[in-house]
Design a binder for this molecule. Structure first.
Ligand code: PLP
Length: 491
């Protein structure tokens, strides 16, 4: 027998762990000195690392050196206060510490027995969050990795309720699903995954404020029923991904009830706002929903990944995944919850720990104050836009998201975005609203300050002026200015 290889000696672990925590602390402290976006080309890291793994183990110092010099420079710094793209988020310090401990414990929370505290902490933590969001007591909570997975489970439960025969026969071809034209594409992905053909996914048109139109939903359902389809589920969104619009959930809930549809609410981003008493209204009607998803990894300071799914019909969810009668009574008694019975995965990470740390460290008031600050900063930024004749707001400002554009052609707006981002000082995203190119600024980082937002505004104004003067110079002399406009050539 060769000598057994041991895990890292405890003293080495202690030393290295301290060193890593120091690195993390410095990283968080000095985050503004990092570029938001890395200066890399596709393939850079692949080319910098060996094509095969090491035959012999390597010392941690060398591994960490490569982390610092090769990996860290290729990171898009989501924890940067001027990361304002997609939905900006925060991996807060208490959340990071929760992740560290969860990794150390390495429990698999598939059954109550496989880790009682992991299971019960998930129940307790999701109970607190449910109360803070103002959702009814009957809602059962479970953590999945992402909203995409949460919504997939909503669709499986909806199918189980509408068509229990699907378990043995496969997904019937007449089940039809309704989403707003502005719904996140994870809903359609979920439909694809469970075999709801794309031709059975209805995109309900939205009104002038990007909200699903309930009357149109009702008439689409009627029409589908007349033609022999089986409407089974409607997904409403609270805080759409592109412009954070809010579907009229109370009206949609009435329609879902009238036609016997499962109502799932996708509140991945916007749901967290219900923590604020003055924003409770965003979840109006959700008390009638069959399920709802909220992502603490989006706007509740929890490191990736953690998505919370609530359903008032856990027994349907469980039935959908049950494979034997054994599940019916747990050997550990009625209070022992086996979370793996409520979803696709067997093994489960101890995600509740980091959420529990976050909820306790900040408290409801602390979290509410942070979200309020984000909403206020977004409002300040919107005021700057409104006060400048060169810019305009492109969609109603909701939550902490501002969609805006320069009052210039689309191409100008696209270049503005590209050039501002190429500074690596800030990161905004772009989208198309009503067929026009729009810029999107989303606030979700705990460190984002008024100064950061002012810096973004200054950069936008400067860059717009630069672009204007370049265009004026070139006007009439050179119709195609795209090459001279490369970010690298501008100095
Ligand atoms: C971000 C987002 C999603 C997807 O979230 P993941 O957790 O990345 O799957 C779904 N729906 C909405 C409304 C979102 O904003």
């Amino acid at each position: 027998m060769p000598d057994p290889i041991q895990d890292m000696p405890v003293e080495e672990f202690r030393r290295t762990a301290h060193e890593i925590v120091d690195w993390i602390a410095d990283y968080l402290q000095d985050i503004r000195q990092y570029p938001v976006l890395p200066d890399v080309e596709p393939g850079d890291l692949i080319d910098a690392l060996p094509a095969s793994g090491p035959e012999r183990g390597e010392p941690m110092e060398i591994i960490l050196k490569d982390f610092r010099t090769l990996v860290a420079p290729g990171i898009t710094n989501w924890n940067h206060p001027r990361f304002l793209a997609w939905f900006a988020n925060t991996g807060s310090a208490p959340g990071i510490l929760g992740e560290m401990l969860a990794a150390a414990l390495n429990v698999n929370g598939m059954l109550w027995k496989s880790s009682p505290a992991a299971t019960e902490l998930e129940q307790v933590t999701l109970g607190w969050l449910r109360q803070w969001l103002g959702l009814p007591e009957q809602f059962f909570g479970i953590i999945y990795d992402t909203a995409s997975t949460s919504s997939l489970h909503a669709l499986v439960a909806a199918r189980e309720l509408a068509s229990p025969e699907a378990r043995s026969q496969g997904t019937p071809q007449d089940l039809t699903l309704y989403v707003s034209e502005h719904a996140h594409n994870s809903i359609e992905k979920g439909a694809l995954t469970i075999g709801i053909g794309q031709r059975n996914v209805r995109h309900v048109p939205a009104d002038g404020e990007f909200r699903m139109q309930p009357e149109v939903l009702a008439s689409m359902i009627e029409e589908d029923r007349r033609s022999g389809k089986r409407p089974f589920c409607v997904v409403a969104t609270v805080g759409t991904t592109s412009i954070a619009s809010i579907d009229p959930v109370p009206e949609i809930a009435g329609i879902a009830e009238r036609y016997g549809l499962w109502l799932h609410v996708d509140a991945a981003y916007g749901g967290s706002a219900a923590l604020l008493p003055e924003m409770r209204y965003v979840l109006a009607g959700c008390e009638h929903a069959d399920s709802i998803v909220v992502n603490p990894h989006k706007w509740l300071l929890t490191p990736m990944d953690l998505s919370v799914f609530y359903t008032r019909r856990p027994e349907i969810l469980r039935r959908a995944f049950a494979l034997s009668a054994v599940y019916l009574d747990s050997a550990d008694g009625p209070r022992a919850l086996n979370y793996s019975e409520y979803g696709v995965q067997l093994g489960r990470r101890f995600r509740a720990l980091k959420l529990w740390f976050v909820l306790r460290y900040f408290g409801r008031e602390g979290l509410a104050a942070i979200l309020r600050q984000h909403i206020c900063l977004a409002e300040n930024f919107a005021e700057m836009i409104r006060g400048d004749a060169n810019f305009e707001i492109a969609a109603p400002v909701r939550f902490s998201l501002v969609c805006f554009r320069a009052r210039r052609p689309d191409e100008f707006n696209r270049r503005l975005l590209e050039r501002v981002n190429s500074s690596r000082e800030v990161f905004l995203s772009g989208l198309v609203v009503n067929g026009r190119a729009v810029l999107r600024l989303a606030i979700g980082n705990i460190r984002t300050s008024r100064e950061d937002i002012e810096r973004v505004w200054t950069l936008l104004c400067q860059t717009a002026r630069e672009l204007d003067s370049e265009i004026n110079q070139l006007d009439g002399t050179q119709p195609d200015i795209s090459d001279s406009d490369r970010p690298d050539n501008r100095r």
